[in-house]
Structures are given as C-alpha cells and as structure tokens.
Write a protein that binds this ligand. Structure first.
Ligand code: SF4
Length: 761
C-alpha cells in the first residue's frame, strides 16, 4: 500500500506514499482521477521551474532518518523547488489541477503535508530556525498559477513530522513483524511434497537461478510436473534469501489463480507464513447491483479513504492467504469497496495473484509500485502463451463516432464547450468517412494525429465538466475514458502499430492496432528483478522469446514430459478440414469421430476450429449415430452452463459421452479432467485463426520484418491451440488415452515440427 521497504527494524519510505497513507480521507469518486492532469504534470512542473531565479534549486533530493518506537524510518523524496522568497528559504511543491483554481480554498492537506515533511528535512539539514512552505497550483488547461504560503518553525515541523510518523507506525510495525515471521518460516520451509517429481527440480532450479541472476526465463514445462509449485516454491525461497520482497503471480484466467492459492496453502501447511492477496476483476467483486463508484451511489465508495487504513491493518494482522472470499469478508466488515481494498492490500502483500493486466495494461497497472519495490519483485507469468494476444489487446485502442454525436446533442444547453469539442470529433469522423468513399475498411501506417488532437481538446473539456460535479453523466464519463485510452495509446504508437478504420453505414470506428507487443511488454517488464514465463505450449521457444520481450541472453528451459509413451496413443488422420473441403469431408469426419468414441467406452472431447463447423459436423453425427451420448458447447455459456458441461464428464459414466467443443475456447485450455473423466480427444484441423483483417496485418508486418508472417499470424497461434487441446488428455501418471489429430497438414514437416516429441509416433 505504501511502497515501503522493510528490513529488520528499518523502514525505508518515500515522502509521498507516507503522507498519502497518513492523510488518506474521503470517498472513491466515480473512478474519475483526472489522468490528463497527471499526465501533464511534468510539463507543468517545468513551466513553474523555468521561472525560478538564480540561486533557486529544482528537484532537490532530500533524505533523513527518524527513530520512533524502536524503528528507524528512513524517509526520502525529491522536492520540486527550494527557492528564496520573502519568507526566507522556501520549499515549493507544484501541483496541477483540472478542477479549476477557484475550487481551492487553501490547498489540500496531503499536499501541505508533503511540503512540510520536505521543509522539516531542509531545516534539519541546514540548521534553520524557520522555513517557508509554498504550494503552487497550476490550472492544467490555462496554465494559470495560484500560490499558498506559510512559514513554519523547526519546532513546529518537528512536531508535525513526529505526528506523521506516529500515525504511520502501527502499519510499519505490523509489516516489520509480518516480514520477520515470514522470513523465519521460509528458512525452515521444506519442499511441500515428499519428493520432487521428474522435471520439477529442474524447473524450480531454473526459476531460482533466473531470479538470482536477474534474468528472464522462458520455461516450457509440460502438464503434470506441478508448474505452479515449481515456480512459486523457489520464488518464496528467494524472498527468504532477501533477493525478493514480493512475487506477482500473473494469470490469464481465474481458474489458475485458485491453483496458485492452493500451492501457497500447501506450503502454509508446512509452516510457511506468507501473505498473499488475490485480485478479482471489479465487475465480479462489486457489492452493488450496478457498478457506479460514487459516494452518492455506493456506501462502499462513500468514505472509503477514511476507513481503508483500519481495514488494511485488520486484514494484515489476522490473515495470510487473502482470497476473494476473505477480502470480501473484511470489505463488508469495514464497509470498503472490495476491489479497491484488494489493490490497497496488495501493495502490502508478499505475493499478489492477479490477471496479467495489473502489470502489463497501461490502463489498470499498479501505478504506485515504486521502482525500488519493483527491483525486488519477480513476475511469474502463468500460461504465458496467452500474453502475446493479450498484449496486443492491452496496447491497442479504438474509438467510435456514435458517442460524440450524442454528446454534442446532450450538452448543447448544459455545457457549450463540451458540445463543441464533441462536435469537432464528430465532424472529423464525417470527413474521414467521406474521404474513404466506398471503402469499408481503411488502413494506414500513420497514427491519427489530427483525431488525437481533437480528442485531447475534448478530454480537457470533459474533465472540467466531470470535475465540477459528476451527477448523471455516464456517457460523458465513458467517452472520456475511451478518449483517454486512445490518447494514451497514441503515445505508444510506432512502427509496430497500424491504424485501421471500419465503416458501417454512418458509424466509423478507428483503431490503433498493436501488431507486435514485444517491445511494450519488455518495457512493462523493465524494472522488475526477474520475469518467468511458463507454459506447456511455448512452441517454438524462439517465437515466444521474440514476442514476449525476452532478450537473446535471457534463459530458456524445456522440461520433458514426465509421462510414459505408452500412456498416450496418437493417431493422425490426413483428412482435409480446409474450408473449401469441409462440406465434402464432413460425413467421413463424423465417421472417424464415431470410430474414436466407440473404440472404448468412456468420455471424449472433440475440438473444432469454429462453432459453425462444429454444428455442421454435429448434425451429421447426431443423425447417423443417435446412440452416442453427446454434449455441445455453445457460444457465450454462463458460469453454470460451463459447470454443467464439465460435470457431465464423470469418471463413473456408464455410457460413452462425446463432448463437442471449440478449439481455443473455454474447454480447450486450463481444464483438468483427470483419470477416466477423459479418455480420448480429437482435434479437428490445425487451429488456424480465421482469415481476417487483423491477422493479415500481423502477417504483412512480420513479412516486412523478414520473418515468416504467415507463421506468426496464423500457424503458430493455431498450433498452440492444438497443443493446448491435446494437453487436456494426460494429466497424471495414471491417465491413458487416445489423441486423434485430423488434418493432412499434421503430416507435413512444417506442422509436424511443432508437435511435442511424445506426439510423434
Ligand atoms: S462496491 Fe462496486 S460500486 Fe462500490 S465502489 Fe466498489 S466497485 Fe464501485
């Protein structure tokens, strides 16, 4: 929560998080946090600092130590300015605001606190009796400035800073004690299983080595070796050795978060005392029917910051593995938003289990993670093959015309500046559409700079309107966020991007599409001590090394399967499943599948490249073979439907069951049907994504780069899905089964080379 670093009885903390902790108060306010103003912070600082005179100093690094109650607080920070004024030597703290200067009566308490801590350090270092303290607020839009000044004696400042430390002390003392208990428990912690399974020691050793040497590691590790434990255990040990302060266990799906919690639970049974926080998406944990995060609409937002310190102290004093349920319980008890609470608790946790986006997505990543804290954090990226497309999505942004037309109408009377700015964006889209003539899609390598400029103007006006009073302004808020996201993405735009527009009647959507996420992923990984990417399907490793932002000298390890060859019977059937042949081969395909599922009584999963294809083969199959029990995946299944689908795969089913599912869907990855719950899998086709604009743009981009564009856009993502689906079959030493691969391309050397060794008979 505060970005502090703790060691024995020393607490190292920066001024800003310290005062933010102590002076936190008020409510969550619609998630509207004026990011534009924050973004402009540097420009505004420079504007004020340029007016400093000779003898004034800017960006002054300050540091002090304050002993309190047996703990030494090492406090440091950088004050914006140290200037000479009528009040003598004065600390200047610069803040930008988009709410308008008139809204400020006397500066915010937390800003004064920050400046006064700096003033205390200056007075102490220079032996001054009194120091000037100044807050300089700058209107982000007009550049207008307003100053508030006061003078403080050294005695006053000493009292003040002691008070700040006193209020912070309970939290710091608790963290110190928890860290002591944690490190002690780690030193005594044995590997939680009686013995290492085959491959497990190698993986665990590689993870530890990568953390020790501050490298990234790509680990191709098959199902069944206990990847979660093999990555978590060495990372926990690295905490005990002082190499790490924190672990981030990053997942693509909720289900794998549970596996990480269970692994920590197992270590806890062996004596580990480590605190973890699991973060669940806001929409899922929200206590309200509608997620409207304002103090008026939500009691958990109202006064959140007044109660959050108490809530965090309570949970840290009493809990270790903070799952969703545990967090919800404390959130209700302290009446705080469960989502924001989980984020605040995460800053203080030793391990954080969450989705990729909290580290990689510029929209939601942990902004308060200090560089120092990052240097002591390892990222463990589970099922890392997913990060390529997830990265593309996180770094891309689009914006459509419709919202602006509506806003122009809605705000005509209420706020002319907002209406005009929305109108300007709307007109841009109209002109754009005209220029495209009959084209339905339009592609350009250039960033849409003119649009970004208009969106910036719109965002500025929207921000003022929203800051003045939220009220019922949902469309403005949503459009504002979309505009901000677009503007933010435009700053990342380079030769790895392309812009395309889709025109549908009068509507136009413009998208900045990230073709190659590797550079931005590497940027996001920067600063962390180590990143471990692991998955059963990082094939070929060279492609994932290229796409996940690893360097040539980063490590890679490939663990062989722990299972015996006899456990898996692989059959390849060279029947064409290409689009043009599907009609012709569907009856033969249905026959083939019938042969598979009637070979032995039991449960089978049959994977198809699309719902349409699935449906067309299913119709034939069901008509020809009504005696076989079937269950069919449908698009957009709700949670209960999914559970019903999976629970049909019972080990004690008396009749054969054939599950029709789609490749790359919810049942082809991450599900674990052990033993007789699944005895056969068929994969129809080589999984190529559907031909489409985005895939073709990716292909062309990598071709230009001298790489195999078709492989990067189609073959490798496709084969990854095949490997994942096939990987559902053998989950333990006791499993056996038949894997049927149906497509003539499986016999071609190019595709064959991508199959695991144990699939090549
Ligand atoms: S409980 Fe829901 S509505 Fe309330 S602040 Fe949290 S996310 Fe927003």
């Amino acid at each position: 929560m505060t970005g502090e670093e703790t060691k024995s009885n020393i607490v190292h903390i920066s001024v800003r998080p310290l005062v933010e902790y102590v002076f936190s108060s008020g409510s969550i306010d619609s998630g509207f946090r004026t990011p534009a103003a924050m973004h402009e912070g540097t420009r505004i600082h420079q504007q004020v600092q340029r007016a400093y005179r000779e003898g004034d100093h800017k960006e002054v690094y300050l540091k002090t130590e304050i002993p309190f109650d047996g703990i030494i607080y090492q406090i440091e920070g950088r004050c914006d300015g140290l200037i000479v004024t009528d009040e003598g030597l004065t600390v200047d703290e610069i803040k930008s605001t988009s709410a308008g200067l008139d809204m400020l009566e006397d500066g915010r308490a937390v800003h004064w606190a920050q400046a006064e801590v700096y003033a205390y350090i200056v007075a102490k270092d220079q032996g001054l009796e009194r120091v000037g303290v100044q807050l300089t607020y700058v209107d982000a839009k007009t550049g207008e400035e307003r100053r508030f000044k006061r003078t403080r004696t050294f005695a006053e400042l000493t009292d003040f800073v002691t008070g700040v430390v006193r209020r912070y002390a309970p939290y710091a003392a608790l963290r110190l004690e928890n860290v002591r208990l944690r490190d002690e428990s780690i030193r005594a912690l044995p590997f939680p299983f009686p013995a290492y399974r085959e491959g497990q020691r190698k993986l665990a050793g590689s993870v530890y080595g990568a953390i020790m040497e501050k490298k990234k590691l790509l680990a191709k590790a098959p199902t069944g070796i206990g990847k979660t434990m093999s990555t978590l255990f060495p990372s926990v040990k690295a905490i005990g050795e002082g190499l790490l302060g924190q672990i981030f266990y990053l997942t693509a799906r909720t289900i794998t978060r549970t596996a990480a919690e269970q692994a920590l639970g197992l270590m806890q049974e062996k004596g580990l005392r480590l605190q973890s926080v699991t973060i669940t998406a806001k929409e899922k944990v929200c206590f309200q029917e509608e997620t409207v995060c304002t103090k008026e609409a939500c009691p958990y937002a109202d006064g959140y910051y007044d109660r959050i310190n108490g809530a965090v102290l309570d949970i840290l004093a009493n809990e270790t593995i903070m799952t969703r349920e545990v967090l919800e319980r404390y959130a209700r008890k302290h009446r705080v938003c469960p989502f924001e609470f989980s984020l605040d608790a995460a800053y203080a946790a030793d391990a954080v289990i969450c989705d990729y986006n909290y580290v990689f997505d510029p929209r939601v990543s942990f902004k308060r993670l200090m560089e120092e804290q990052k240097r002591r954090t390892a990222l463990l990226v589970d099922e890392a093959h997913n990060l390529v497309d997830r990265g593309r999505e996180m770094f891309s942004a689009d914006i459509g015309k419709a919202g602006f037309l509506q806003l122009k109408r809605d705000y005509k009377q209420r706020n002319r500046a907002v209406a005009q700015a929305a109108d300007a964006v709307n007109k841009y889209f109209i002109e754009f559409r005209k220029a495209c003539g009959d084209e339905r899609t339009h592609v350009s390598e250039e960033a849409p700079e003119e649009l970004v400029r208009l969106l910036e103007a719109f965002a500025g006006e929207a921000e003022r309107e929203l800051a003045a009073g939220p009220g019922e302004q949902q469309l403005l808020l949503e459009t504002y966020f979309a505009a901000q996201n677009f503007i933010r993405t435009s700053k990342l735009y380079d030769e790895r991007y392309v812009t395309y527009a889709e025109i549908l009647r009068s509507d136009v959507t413009i998208r900045m599409f990230c073709l190659d996420p590797s550079y931005l992923l590497a940027q996001a990984e920067k600063g962390y001590r180590s990143t471990v990417f692991f998955s059963a399907t990082l094939t070929p490793l060279s492609y994932y090394r290229d796409m996940l932002g690893a360097d040539a000298d980063d490590y890679a390890v490939s663990i062989p399967t722990p299972f015996k060859k006899e456990q898996l019977d692989v059959q390849i059937h060279p029947l064409s499943t290409r689009y043009r042949d599907r009609e012709r081969t569907r009856e033969a395909l249905a026959d083939l599948l019938y042969r598979l599922v009637t070979g032995k009584r039991g449960n089978y999963m049959l994977f198809f490249p699309s719902y349409q294809y699935l449906q067309s083969v299913y119709e034939v199959f069901a008509m020809k073979y009504p005696d076989v029990g079937t269950i069919v995946q449908g698009p957009g299944m709700a949670e209960e439907e999914r559970e019903r689908f999976l629970s049909a795969f019972r080990a004690d089913n008396r009749d054969t069951l054939a599950g029709f599912a789609v490749l790359g869907g919810i049942f082809s990855e991450g599900i674990d049907l052990q033993g007789d719950r699944l005895i056969g899998v068929a994969v129809v086709g080589v999984g190529l994504p559907q031909l489409g604009l985005e895939r073709n743009l990716i292909r062309d981009h990598f071709n230009r780069e001298g790489k195999s564009g078709y492989d990067y856009a189609y073959v490798l993502p496709g084969m990854n899905k095949v490997l994942q689906a096939g990987g559902r079959l053998i989950r333990s030493e006791r499993d056996t089964g038949v894997l049927m691969l149906i497509d003539d391309r499986f016999t071609q050397p190019h595709y064959r080379a991508l199959l695991p060794e144990d699939w090549k008979s």
